[in-house]
Design a protein around this ligand. Sequence first.
Ligand code: KIV
Ligand code: NA
Length: 268
Amino acid sequence: MKRLTVPAIRQRKGRTPLVMLTAYTVRTAQILDPHCDMLLVGDSLGQVIYGLPSTVPVTLEMMAAHGAAVVRGSFHALVTVDMPFGSYEASPEKAFESAAWLLKQTGAAAVKLEGGEAMAPTVHFLTERGIPVMGHVGLTPQAVNVLGGYGARGRSEEEAAKIVADGRAVADAGCFALVIEGVVEPVALDLTHGVACPTIGIGASAQCDGQVLVAEDMLGLFERTPRFVKRFADMAGLIDGAAASYAEDVRSRAFPGEGQVYAAKPPA
Ligand code: KIV
Ligand code: NA
C-alpha cells in the first residue's frame, strides 16, 4: 500500500470523511496506521506523554524525536508533525527553517501550525517552497495564555466571524487541510463550505470533512476527558487490571512459571 499524499488528501474534500488520529510512538503508529488516512504527531504530547501543563513548553527536538518514531511505524497514513510554540510565529523565514528541519529529521510529509490571518503569509511562504501546511483555527491551545483557557470558541457573532475569517485566510494561503478545534457547529459548517481544502474537526461537530482525536483520549488512557471525546476503549482499565494481576502473581510466586523459565539444558 502506498502512503497517502497531500494531493490525495486534498481531493477528499466533500467526499468520504477523512480519518485522523494522533500518534507519538512507534507501536501506536503501527496499530493505528491501517485505520487512518492521516496520523498527527500533535504537540498535545506535551501533556499526554510528558505531563506538561500546556503545549507551550514543547520543543522542536521533542517533535522531531516522536515524529521520526511515528514515520518509522507507519507506511499508509500521511504523517503531519505539529510545529511547536515559538518555532514559527516570528517570521515566514523562521517558520521555514523550523519546518524544513522537522521534515528532514522525521521524514514526515507535512507540518501543522496554529493561527489565522496573522499566519497566512507564513502558510504561503512554506507551501511555495515545498512544505505542505495543515492549518489549525478555533481553539488554538498554544494561545492558551491569550485565550485564558480551553473553552469552546465562536459563541458570539464577532468571535464566530473572526474564526471563519482566520480559517479562510490560511486555507486561501495554501493549506492542504484545516483543523477546526472547539467551535460551535455553525462555525464548522461555515468554514467547511467556505474553504477549498478539507476541514478536520475536533470538538467541532460532524459538519467537517474529517475528524481527529487524541488517540489516548479515545482509548480511555488519559485522565482528562473533554466533552467532545468519545471513549472507544478503556485502556486505563486494561492496564490497571494487567498491572494488578502481575503484582499478585509476583507476590504469590505464580510468576514466573514453568513456561517462562529457561531450561537448564537446551532441548536436544
Ligand atoms: O496536538 C494535537 O493533538 C492537535 C490535535 C488535537 C488537532 O493539534
Ligand atoms: Na497541536
